[in-house]
Design a protein around this ligand. Structure first.
Ligand code: HEC
Ligand code: HEC
Ligand code: HEC
Ligand code: HEC
Length: 112
């Protein structure tokens, strides 16, 4: 019994159930075309929320800090860095058109 408890205590956090909360999909308009980020599918394939939510899920969206708190790297830059770094390692899309859909330029914020 004691051993079983010890084993449970030693289980790493990512193995414990994490609920897939938050929106299913995020759309980011840009002058390179819309980026559709499937949050739900990424939660399933990545597993550990903290890989992206590095300050904790309870801190909310990245844009609560990036692009708001002076001196922190910009939202666009940290998203690019986070997304593309993992894609290099895990064979996700790394070319512009793998994320940006140039067909959806009309919904973009070109000119802003
Ligand atoms: C892995 C996905 C991904 C790849 C690959 C990618 N982007 Fe992005 N890009 C994004 C996301 C997500 C945003 C939205 C960030 C935001 O809204 O703050 C974005 C935003 C941008 C923006 C800023 C928005 C704007 O209109 O100014 C530019 C410029 C941009 N990307 C250019 C590129 C170029 C050029 C490439 C190829 C060299 C590229 N991106 C590759 C995901 C990607
Ligand atoms: C691959 C990266 C990634 C992973 C993994 C990830 N998220 Fe997110 N999450 C994001 C991004 C990007 C946003 C949008 C933030 C922004 O645009 O500033 C977001 C937003 C959210 C939000 C705010 C959404 C809303 O609807 O307002 C919640 C809550 C959230 N995620 C929970 C989670 C939880 C819980 C997990 C783990 C089960 C998780 N996320 C895993 C990248 C990720
Ligand atoms: C509570 C505030 C906060 C939130 C929310 C937050 N960050 Fe950060 N982020 C920081 C701070 C602070 C740093 C450290 C900046 C430094 O080292 O110069 C940082 C650094 C980063 C870096 C490293 C940048 C670099 O150039 O080395 C990346 C990538 C990043 N954040 C991505 C994200 C993503 C993606 C999200 C949302 C899923 C997010 N952050 C949410 C505060 C936050
Ligand atoms: C920790 C790893 C990781 C991070 C961070 C990550 N991705 Fe991915 N992404 C993947 C993997 C793995 C795939 C799937 C590769 C495959 O199976 O084809 C993928 C696939 C994709 C695809 C192809 C369509 C799909 O959903 O299958 C898009 C678009 C995409 N990611 C966008 C993004 C954007 C935008 C971000 C940043 C906000 C991001 N990803 C962050 C791992 C990641």
């Amino acid at each position: 019994m004691f051993r079983l408890l010890l084993l449970l205590l030693l289980l790493p956090a990512p193995l414990m159930a994490q609920e897939n909360t938050g929106r299913e999909v995020f759309d980011y308009a840009s002058r390179w075309g819309m980026v559709t980020f499937n949050h739900r599918e990424h939660q399933q394939r990545v597993g550990d929320c903290l890989i992206c939510h590095h300050e904790g899920v309870e801190m909310g969206v990245c844009s609560n800090c990036h692009g708001v708190i002076p001196g922190l790297p910009q939202h666009k830059d940290v998203l690019h860095k986070k997304c593309i770094n993992c894609h290099w390692k895990k064979s996700g899309p790394t070319d512009c058109a793998g994320c940006h859909d140039p067909e959806r330029l009309d919904e973009s914020v070109y000119g802003d």
